[in-house]
Ligand binder design. Structure first.
Ligand SMILES: [Zn+2]
Length: 174
């Protein structure tokens, strides 16, 4: 079970002592371990069930037991006596609550128009394309930014929008 850093950290707080062992990736995502098959069909935003019904092998790097801190992949909550798997119902509830708290209620901004901002990792219903990711397997894929973060990108991708924005700024300043 992989959760984004944003949702995962929140869920971790909600779970408290009820959480089983947790692995943290070097990039922030958190991994919980649950009974195989117990999380099939989950639909929580920014949460991915690995090795679930999708008949596709997934691999999670498992760090040695004594790696309990960053940098790199480590046990955020180490395996201990009676601490390994997490109760799936409890985990699902915590992750759903965390997703709602961090990402807002699901709804209006549906999956079609809502995109994850490449900078702040939050969904935005008014995404701006700021580039393209190229990979051998996925081909070209648009990268999105939210309107707040888009200012941090050096190159305007859509010059017309940029000019409009400039004009507006100038008018406001006059
Ligand atoms: Zn952003």
């Amino acid at each position: 079970m992989r959760a984004s850093g944003l949702v995962g950290e929140h869920a971790l707080k909600l779970l408290g002592d009820e959480s089983g062992a947790v692995i943290q990736d070097r990039h922030g995502p958190l991994y919980w371990l649950v009974e195989p098959g117990s999380a099939d069909g989950w639909d929580v935003r920014q949460v991915h069930v690995l090795g679930g019904a999708a008949a596709r092998a997934s691999y999670v790097g498992v760090p040695p037991a004594h790696w309990t801190g960053p940098p790199g992949i480590h046990w955020r909550i180490p395996v201990g006596p009676g601490r390994y798997l997490t109760d799936p119902a409890l985990l699902r509830q915590s992750l759903a609550l965390a997703a709602r708290a961090e990402l807002g209620p699901a709804g209006e901004a549906g999956p079609v128009t809502s995109r994850i901002c490449v900078r702040c990792d939050r969904p935005t219903s008014t995404p701006v394309v700021v580039g393209q990711a190229h990979s051998a397997s996925a081909g070209g894929r648009d990268i999105y930014s939210c309107p707040t973060c888009v200012r941090t990108f050096p190159q305007p991708v859509d010059p017309i929008t940029q000019i409009d924005a400039l004009r507006r700024t100038r008018q406001e300043g006059a």
